[in-house]
Write a protein that binds this ligand. Structure first.
Ligand code: PMP
Ligand code: GLN
Length: 388
């Protein structure tokens, strides 16, 4: 008897016809299979501060192992409110304006589900992080992708032109994955002008907020009263504290928006992992570790860029995030996905094709490397890349 002779599964049409397995999972699997240095998927290959592990372990030993409050542990919401106020100068009320989530992905998904209805349009900027469009489509909305300019800055006239009477929201990401560009004050003013003119909700993905380099500020939407009043601001402890596997993040939004967010959140996950929340709350009270993140990654960026400058890759600017884009047109004519596969299987360094961030697979002869790695890992990758 073969499997096809077993009970039949019901027939149904996929809700996400364009979606396969994410490029990050695909490239990480290929990297493992070929023993490649994995500069593909964005995660650190070094451990977090042991004090953070102790704080979470202590929380478990202290019995913080049952459901925390739906919106998150109170002490953590306080620490988040304090951090946002210290860094961006806006006070969110921890009681009804901050919600702790199971990572930024869940926060973005929840915000989208809370505000997007069938028939709504949501503007996204391409290259676009892979979770945004499926979230919009699952909510019954339509994603309207506006390509960045060739210098990977937002084309505001094009964004304005893309807005219609059906546009409900705009999703922005700064510092930007994968391009490493950041929004500047004049970008925020354009965003505010468009959002106010079209009465849009803004979902601002700021997971790399503490990775902005060369002394530039992170222009959070929370700094701009007109924008803050209409925005869900999303961040992730996974990035800030080097613990991507812990999947803990948060969403800050004015009370009326947070109330709608929580209506969805409570049936989406109800609440996020309790001991991690207690542990991070204590850790944040003890030290302001987020202040060390920018210099830490800036040094890695500089080390990696200095090495790449000795190869045939052409470096694009990197103002923030832990990603570096490189143009490989002096090395190969392959399409990006093929080049990334070849680099992984034949050269032994995994990368992510930029085309994966475009709905139509736009080609730029550019791939993304992640430099959230030990210096030894970066040196190992560089020695392989310099042979090209
Ligand atoms: N947004 C962007 C731009 C990201 O790069 C990532 C993460 N890797 C996320 C959201 C998701 O963050 P989390 O792991 O906290 O869900
Ligand atoms: N955000 C990470 C990246 O861009 C990956 C997260 C994931 O694998 N979903 O590489």
């Amino acid at each position: 008897m073969n499997a096809s002779a077993g009970p039949a599964s019901p027939r149904f049409a996929t809700k996400l016809p364009k979606v396969g397995t994410t490029i990050f999972t695909v490239m990480s699997s290929l990297a493992v299979e070929h023993d490649a240095v994995n500069l593909g998927q964005g995660f650190p290959d070094f451990d977090c501060d042991p004090a953070l592990v102790e704080a979470v372990a202590d929380a478990m030993r202290a019995g913080h192992n049952q459901y925390p409050p739906m919106a998150g542990v109170a002490a953590l919401r306080e620490r988040i409110a304090d951090k946002i106020e210290a860094v961006h100068g806006r006070r969110y009320d921890p009681r009804d304006e901050i919600t702790v989530t199971a990572g930024a992905t869940q926060a973005i998904f929840t915000a989208v589900l809370a505000v997007v209805r069938p028939g709504d349009e949501v503007v996204v900027i391409e290259p676009v992080y892979d979770s945004y469009v499926p979230a919009i489509e699952l909510a019954g909305g339509t994603a309207v992708a506006v390509p960045m300019r060739t210098d990977f800055r937002i084309d505001w006239p094009a964004v304005r032109a893309a807005c219609t009477a059906r546009t409900r929201a705009i999703l922005v990401n700064s510092p930007h994955n994968p391009t490493g560009t950041i929004l500047r004050a004049d970008d925020l003013r354009e965003l505010a002008s468009i959002a106010c003119a079209h009465d849009l909700i803004v979902i601002s993905d700021e997971v790399y907020e503490h990775m902005v380099f060369d002394g530039q500020p992170h222009e959070s939407v929370s700094r701009y009263p007109e924008l803050a009043a209409r925005s869900f601001v999303v961040s992730s402890f996974g990035k800030t504290f080097h613990v991507t596997g812990w999947k803990l993040g948060y969403c800050a939004a004015p009370a009326p928006l947070s109330a709608e967010f929580r209506k969805v959140h409570q049936f989406n996950v109800f609440t996020a992992h309790a001991p991690t929340q207690h542990g991070i709350a204590r850790y944040m009270a003890e030290r302001q570790a987020w202040r060390e993140v920018a210099p830490f990654y800036q040094r890695k960026r500089d080390l990696f860029r200095a090495g790449l400058a000795r190869t045939r890759f052409r470096l694009l600017d990197c103002e923030g995030t832990f990603f570096q884009l490189v143009d490989y047109s002096a090395i190969s004519d392959l399409r990006e996905a093929d080049f990334a596969k070849w680099l992984t299987t034949e050269v032994g360094v995994a990368a992510i094709p930029l085309s994966a961030f475009y709905e139509q697979g736009t080609e730029n002869r550019v791939v993304r490397f992640c430099f959230a790695k030990t210096d030894a890992t970066l040196e190992r990758a560089l020695s392989r890349l310099s042979a090209l």
